[in-house]
Design a protein around this ligand. Structure first.
Ligand code: SF4
Length: 457
């Protein structure tokens, strides 16, 4: 048992993280950049960083992830990476011809202090950026924040491409946050059903869940186009899904281009999806279409049919703030008890929000931002749970404590399906419940005595 050494006694740790519940900023920036059509993410640092970020994404999405690197060696580490970056811009546009190069920094280039906007200015002045092509950049030092911060920073850089014409386009910007490509598809399906014209950015559907066609394409079909990103400044409003992933970009558009924004929770579960649909309905000035009311009714039906299996089941959760807030609310709404909740992303606001959501649940809730999975494991040892929901790394705790486990979040390295089956919206809520019920009922079957072994649940 890999984690048998985890002690039950909790001692205060200030300068030590064990089994982090987060990963590095550039991974988030790279994922966001892949949601731009024809974009090549570029890692301004050494090759090792870029190889790690690409492989982390490939392992989760099971798709090849192309990205370039400034390939720092000792020289760049001492004198700065400006020359490498200039050479890279030239090579990338000449050899691969992307529409956009989305540059993110790494720990090394941040420590040196490379100034990306300045380098871009120089590249423009020297004619290294062809007409109609773009270089955007985000600062993503990994010694601060987490992959969520990197994602948010790159999405804000995307919002920086807005070029308002002064004429409204009648569309609503939707910033979906770090959700699966399948979730982005589902958000587009729901907005179409309500009848709202949208610009979704970033949009990794059709990029990281594309078909095997037998034909290699350097840049897949999907992604938000440059024309759409330019047009975000002409939109009638922005719906940002998630405070941590999406709000900065939405507020940027609001402040710079007077595109009013509303920050909502990610639409996981019944109530958060209700609020999302309601916001869309208000924008479109329509009633909720019957097809959506039907999907909602199906989710409510499953919740009421299966309520006895959810009731008072204790859950441990690990993941990213935006996802955890919506998931906690969903679990509380179906009478489950999320008792231990950890994210690796800093932010006291997260702890406050979770406490608000769980205040009527009864009993104490352990919640920690900037926490780690070691702490989560210790909490579980002190107060056992019936279920863990989180990324693949939870499998060690689940095995050690012999607990049912639902994989959800990032990264999922050892299962399939997350790229293709959404967990947002009412349909996504059904899938989440199906996964939760599946592991709980499997456990009941496994542990039942002969006389209690049920055919029908
Ligand atoms: S050095 Fe920094 S940017 Fe590079 S992989 Fe490590 S944490 Fe990430």
């Amino acid at each position: 048992m890999l984690l048998r050494h985890t002690p039950k006694e909790i001692t205060e740790r200030k300068a030590l993280t064990i089994n982090p519940a987060k990963t590095c900023q550039p991974i988030g920036a790279m994922y966001a950049a892949l949601g731009i059509h024809g974009c090549l993410p570029h890692s301004h640092g050494s090759q090792g960083c870029c190889a790690y970020h690409r492989s982390a994404l490939t392992r989760h999405y099971k798709e090849p992830v192309s990205a370039s690197t400034s390939s720092f060696t000792e020289g760049a580490s001492v004198f700065g990476g400006s020359a490498n970056m200039m050479q890279a811009i030239n090579n990338i546009f000449t050899v691969y011809g992307p529409e956009v190069i989305a540059v993110h920094t790494t720990c090394l280039s941040e420590t040196i202090g490379d100034d990306l906007p300045q380098i871009k200015k120089k590249a423009l002045a020297e004619g290294k950026i062809p007409k109609g092509k773009y270089v955007i950049s985000a600062s993503t030092p990994s010694y601060a924040g987490s992959h969520v911060t990197g994602f948010s920073n790159m999405v804000t850089a995307m919002a920086g491409m807005a070029e308002p014409t002064g004429k409204k386009n009648g569309k609503v910007n939707i910033i979906p946050g770090w959700v699966e490509p399948s979730d982005m598809e589902e958000i587009k399906r729901l907005t179409n059903m309500v009848g709202v014209k949208t610009i979704l950015f970033p949009d990794t559907s059709g990029v990281l869940n594309g078909p095997l066609s037998g034909e290699y394409k350097m840049f897949p079909e999907g992604g938000t186009t440059v024309a759409e990103l330019k047009s975000t400044g002409d939109s009638i409003g922005t719906l940002a899904l998630g405070e941590w992933c999406s709000a900065d970009a939405a507020r940027y558009l609001d402040k710079e281009h007077k595109v009013p924004c509303q920050v909502l929770d990610m639409p996981f579960g019944l109530q958060a999806t209700d609020r999302f649909i309601d916001a869309l309905r208000m924008v479109a000035g329509v009633n909720v279409p019957d097809e959506i009311a039907l999907e909602r009714g199906q989710l409510v039906d499953m919740i009421s049919d299966m309520h006895q299996y959810f009731y008072k089941k204790k859950v441990a959760l690990v993941g990213d703030p935006d996802q955890l807030i919506a998931m906690t609310e969903f679990l509380v709404s179906i009478d489950m008890c999320p008792v231990h909740i950890v994210t690796g992303t800093p932010g006291k606001k997260f702890e406050k929000r979770i406490k608000e959501i769980t205040k009527d649940m009864g009993g104490k809730v352990n919640v920690k931002a900037k926490g780690d999975m070691f702490l989560l494991h210790q909490w579980i040892k002190n107060e056992p749970v019936d279920l863990i929901i989180g990324n693949t790394y939870c499998k060690y705790i689940a095995r050690d404590e012999d607990l049912p486990f639902v994989r959800w979040g990032f990264p999922i390295l050892d299962r399939q399906g997350h790229q293709y089956f959404p967990t947002v919206g009412y349909k996504g809520g059904l899938r989440l419940l199906e996964k939760i019920l599946g592991v709980l009922m499997d456990r009941q079957d496994r542990d039942a005595s002969e006389s209690k072994f049920e055919l029908v649940f």
